[in-house]
Design a protein around this ligand. Structure first.
Ligand code: COA
Length: 164
């Protein structure tokens, strides 16, 4: 890791995280400002940012659940979020375009996974597009096959990391 640090999100990061989300995902997939605000307020434990020169250059945010079905759209606004749930579900992982390829996403995920393990969570789950399957495999995730989700009109795969 060089030139950036990983830290927990703060309420004042809302605009920067919303801007990052909007620049990194197509409109149908980007979380709304309201959803980002809800995630910061209700589950900062699993919302990390990468900061460089005082700017947010990456983030990862999650919800927690006891369920194995992670295709529920309302969950992304933390409807049904259970902070004590064993499954951590990653909603978005994003690195600002200028910062890609420098280990920002890998560092965010490494910290997220280390903290989840330390807190006794069981698994980290996420949905990703086909072309990012190998990216998540490189971070230690197993490919759980195609997902039933049709979020944003795209095809998704389920990825999982058992923390055991
Ligand atoms: C996907 C994304 C988060 C990667 O961020 P990043 O900070 O550039 O990733 P890193 O530099 O930490 O890369 C980690 C590893 O994954 C590899 N990698 C990065 N992007 C990749 C891609 N698109 N496909 C396959 N491997 C990739 C890197 O080469 C690196 O491997 P290495 O450790 O062997 O060198 C970033 O491209 C992004 O924000 N994309 C738009 C939003 C998005 O699609 N997010 C994922 C949602 S499911």
């Amino acid at each position: 890791m060089s030139g950036f640090t990983i830290r927990r999100v703060r309420p004042q990061d809302l605009d920067a995280c919303h801007a990052l989300e909007a620049c990194c995902f197509p409109p149908a997939e980007a979380a709304s400002r309201e959803s980002i605000a809800t995630r910061i307020a209700r589950f900062p434990e699993a919302f990390l940012v990468a900061e460089a020169g005082g700017a947010v250059v990456g983030h990862v945010n999650c919800g927690a659940t006891r369920k194995d079905d992670i295709t529920d759209e309302a969950f992304k606004a933390l409807v049904g979020h259970d902070p004590a749930g064993p499954n951590l579900v990653v909603f978005s992982l994003a690195t600002a375009p200028d910062w890609r390829g420098r280990g920002v996403a890998a560092a965010l995920m490494a910290r997220l996974v280390a903290e989840a393990r330390a807190r006794g969570r069981g698994r980290v789950l996420l949905l990703c597009k086909e072309h990012l399957k190998d990216f998540y495999r490189g971070l230690g995730f197993a490919d759980g096959g195609p997902s039933a989700s049709a979020h944003g009109g795209a095809a998704w795969r389920e990825m999982r990391l058992d923390l055991g």
